[in-house]
Design a protein around this ligand. Structure first.
Ligand SMILES: CC(=O)SCCNC(=O)CCNC(=O)[C@H](O)C(C)(C)COP(=O)(O)OP(=O)(O)OC[C@H]1O[C@@H](n2cnc3c(N)ncnc32)[C@H](O)[C@@H]1OP(=O)(O)O
Length: 432
């Protein structure tokens, strides 16, 4: 059966530009900053860059993976704290590490449908200010205490507190259904696809060098606004080498075949990113540039719980669906932005698309998607270099790719692939 083709939309959403704060390793420069501090500062950077002071936009859509209870309305509160008009509606979304890209897709789709003319998509996360929860037992006692009407009732409630209830529940970077860290899941997939240590380390070194070179040539001057003393991502280590990375001990996986280290895995990171989108007409009326258009997107999920597929392999499944709908092959792109959750994840995905048996049996294709030109991959660095504040990564990638496409000139095409916790993945196409 022929794949359904994409109906031509009435209009396409334009990407005007992006802004992020430099990303910071956990418990470093932003240790005292909250999600709201970082998202507000990042929105304000966009406001300053594009003259949006006091303007009412169609919507602001953003999210965070780790949120305190006080962040229940994080995006709207960040808008109220920003220099946008307070009459700009805002809401939160969350799709783990896919959040930032999913937010951009939501805004773009509303623009394409004519429901809004402009919007900001974003994401923010901090593992320095992670929300600690109290135990279920202690929470019940505290709620009882809060509801107690008399001093006697209050004392009775307090008397129910036991030392064992006091230990906090700390959010773990692990999948709730398997108890395994995402790195452990990635290590299983890396073993399955026989991803070597050296190729992972090479990818990591390239990411650092590409991103440092991009900073040096001013590529990030209009994408990154200094914040709390940082003007570049403080994870960036262009001086590192494959030889140096080869000395690091594996942190995920076990035994002889363990290949994943702190050097070829993303670090826990704090940061925020935003992207300004609008209709072409809105951009023209406001004298704003158009870097690229968000053309199409697709999400997919895999059953990693019952051993059907690797946790971070969902983008591999989303890709052929989106390519078929657009009549494109994997080779029809000028740039590829594949989120480097772990170097091995990028390499496992590329290997899966090249594998005839996998593409036939798992993806239901009649031939493999094939290989990509690796010189077009993450050309200005990706998550291994910048770091990965979960919900902020999508916005970083969309803004970075839109600018790359704009620099390359009209008629260029870029592909985004982001894996996410929970066995999900988001892919998207941008065109200049
Ligand atoms: C869908 C998704 O995106 S899934 C991804 C979600 N994210 C994650 O799961 C985060 C995974 N990362 C982690 O859990 C942690 O960062 C870890 C476990 C990988 C590493 O944590 P840590 O051990 O604290 O790393 P740390 O930064 O201290 O690095 C360890 C060592 O490697 C060294 N190192 C790290 N990177 C480099 C580099 N590029 N070049 C040279 N040395 C390096 C450090 O200097 C350090 O050396 P030292 O011990 O001599 O000081």
């Amino acid at each position: 059966m022929a794949a359904p083709t994409r109906p031509t939309p009435a209009r396409r959403a334009a990407i005007v530009g992006g802004n992020r704060i430099p990303f910071a390793r956990s418990n470093s420069a932003y240790a005292q900053a909250s999600n709201q501090d970082m998202l507000t500062a990042t929105i304000d950077g966009l406001v300053a860059r594009f003259g949006l002071q006091g303007k009412q936009l169609g919507e602001v859509v953003a999210g965070a993976v780790l949120k305190h209870a006080r962040d229940f309305n994080l995006t709207r509160e960040s808008v109220l704290g920003s220099r946008l008009s307070a009459t700009t509606p805002a809401y939160d979304v969350q799709q783990a590490c896919g959040t930032g890209l999913e937010a951009a897709i939501l805004v773009a789709n509303k623009i394409a449908l004519g429901q809004i003319e402009s919007g900001i998509a974003g994401g923010v996360d901090t593992t320095s200010d992670a929300p600690l929860a109290v135990s279920d037992d202690l929470r019940r006692v505290l709620i009882g205490l809060n509801n107690a009407k008399t001093v006697q009732d209050r004392l009775k409630a307090l008397g129910r507190i036991r030392p064992g209830m006091i230990a906090p529940e700390i959010p773990r970077n692990a999948e709730p259904r398997t108890g395994l860290a995402m790195g452990e899941h990635a290590a299983i997939t890396a073993k399955e696809w026989q991803i070597g240590r050296e190729e992972q380390d090479e990818l990591a070194v390239a990411s650092h060098r590409n991103m440092a070179a991009a900073y040096d040539r001013g590529f990030f001057d209009d994408l990154v606004t200094p914040f709390l003393g940082l003007s570049r991502d403080n994870n960036l280590r262009p001086e590192s080498s494959v030889e140096k990375l080869a000395t690091l001990k594996p942190v995920f996986g076990r035994g002889e075949g363990a290949t994943m280290t702190a050097g070829n895995s993303t670090p826990l990171t704090d940061g925020a990113s935003t992207v300004l989108l609008g209709s072409d007409e809105w951009a023209a009326e406001n004298g704003l540039p158009v870097l690229a258009h968000l053309v199409d997107a697709q999400t997919a999920a895999v059953d990693y719980v019952h051993g059907g597929e690797g946790l971070l392999m969902a983008p591999v499944y989303a890709m052929p669906v989106m390519l078929a709908r657009n009549g494109l092959s994997l080779q029809d792109f000028d740039f590829y932005e594949i989120h480097e959750a772990f170097a091995s994840t990028v390499l496992s995905s590329l290997k899966a698309w090249e594998d005839e048996d996998f593409c036939k049996t798992r993806l239901g294709l009649d031939r493999p998607l094939g290989s990509i030109d690796r010189s077009k991959l993450n050309v200005n660095g990706s998550s291994l270099a910048a770091g990965h504040p979960f919900a902020a990564t999508g916005g970083r990638i969309v803004a970075q790719l839109a600018k790359q496409l704009h620099e390359a000139g009209p008629g260029k095409r870029g592909l985004i692939s982001v894996c996410a916790a929970g066995g999900q993945g988001v892919v998207a196409i941008l065109e200049s």
